[in-house]
Design a protein around this ligand. Structure first.
Ligand code: UT7
Length: 335
């Protein structure tokens, strides 16, 4: 059986920085509220409609990851794209990356698991690689939230949290059994689907009625989050799914060299860090700079962690995510 190794990582974020103080000029919020509750200081939002897109940012991150792996786009033999905010309702952005990179007509799969999408995608790629079906899988997490947020005081509970950006990895087949993806754990609990969701427009709602009513107060076009409820579930599930992965490979928390949690809230990451008995140097956080970029947050963080020398060969890397669905997931990777 092959092993799945991370051959290259890359990310891309839009240039436009939006600080908490910038937001306090367009809605009733404050730098103090946002920092105290979330740890976020600033985020990137594309500056104008059409300037960038989920698929476009994903393509840029992908090019960086492919170059980091020392490969060319033609070496990729499968694409997995994890978006919560695709350019179009359908088709998903995987096919746009295939076109943008000028790759032959290889398969492109979109994984719709929101904040857990990257770890779900990693698990899917791992199965394809282990069985020998594909050699170089391009896995992308990319999100353009800013075009879909309610940027008035009405939407402040959500809009101050989310940012735009993309991250990507090239996952490669290896015969070296001492490294690679050791395990992945995936979970869902659909009874909480509406606690963090964007409900419309959708096939669940008749589009001709939506158009006829054209109701400016229809909030279903915007993401909704029951923040406290999500927070409480997140802190429990993060810890649970990390411990599940560690137990599966007979390791414990002290074996982790770096934990990269999905960047949902700095308070959640710090809570998990303390509960797991990890030192602050064992957890990577960059939500302060980018906000919550959902499926893109882990690959952006991984790319930055590599640039900063926080991950090195031989390290045990742990990835963990929780989000809409609810879905949650973890992965342990021997670098
Ligand atoms: O990525 C997927 C997973 N996501 C998560 O795990 C996120 C989990 N949840 C959270 O991170 C937190 O619940 C939030 C950061 C979203 C909210 O923090 P909170 O401490 O739960 O605040 P809250 O929603 O209970 O709101 C407290 C108060 C409310 O006012 P009242 O009712 O107490 O008068 C809100 O109206 O803060 C108000 N508020 C704001 N005030 C200033 C809500 N948003 C804002 C804002 N600025 N942006």
């Amino acid at each position: 059986m092959k092993r799945t190794v991370i051959a290259g990582v890359g990310h891309y974020v839009p240039e436009n920085v939006v600080t908490n103080n910038d937001l306090s000029k367009i809605m009733e919020t404050s730098d103090q509220w946002i920092q105290e509750r979330t740890g976020i200081q600033e985020r990137r939002w594309v500056s104008a409609e059409g300037e960038d897109s989920t698929s476009g940012m994903g393509t840029k991150a992908a090019r960086n990851a492919i170059a980091d792996a020392g490969l060319e786009p033609k070496d990729i033999d499968f694409i997995i794209f994890a978006p919560l905010s695709p350019d179009y309702y359908f088709p998903g952005p995987g096919v746009q990356v295939q076109e943008n990179l000028g790759i032959d007509t290889i398969g492109a799969l979109d994984v719709r698991n929101q904040c857990s999408g990257f770890v779900y995608g990693l698990s899917v790629a791992d199965q394809f690689i282990k069985t020998g079906m594909y050699k170089n899988v391009l896995l992308i997490g990319s999100e353009l939230h800013s075009g879909g947020l309610d940027k008035t005081t009405r939407g402040r509970g959500v809009s101050v949290i989310f940012g735009d950006g993309a991250g990507a990895v090239v996952l490669q087949a290896s015969d070296d059994q001492s490294k690679g993806v050791l395990t992945t754990k995936l979970h869902s609990e659909g009874k909480h689907a509406k606690e963090l969701a964007l409900l419309g427009p959708a096939t669940d709602r008749w589009v001709d009625r939506i158009i006829a009513e054209n109701d400016p107060d229809d909030m279903s076009y915007y993401p909704y989050m029951n923040g406290n409820f999500v927070f409480k579930h997140a802190v429990t599930r993060f810890q649970e799914v990390i411990l599940e992965a560690l137990a599966d490979v007979n390791k414990d928390a002290s074996d982790i060299d770096l934990l990269i949690p999905h960047q949902a809230n700095l308070r959640i990451s710090q809570f998990v860090q303390k509960k797991m008995g990890l030192g602050p140097d064992k957890v990577f956080n960059n939500i302060m700079k980018y906000g919550n970029t959902t499926a893109a947050s882990i690959p952006i963080a991984l790319s930055e962690a590599k640039q900063e020398g926080r991950v090195k060969e031989g390290d045990l890397l742990c990835l963990a995510a929780f989000g809409s669905g609810f879905t949650w997931a973890s992965a342990l990777i021997q670098l």
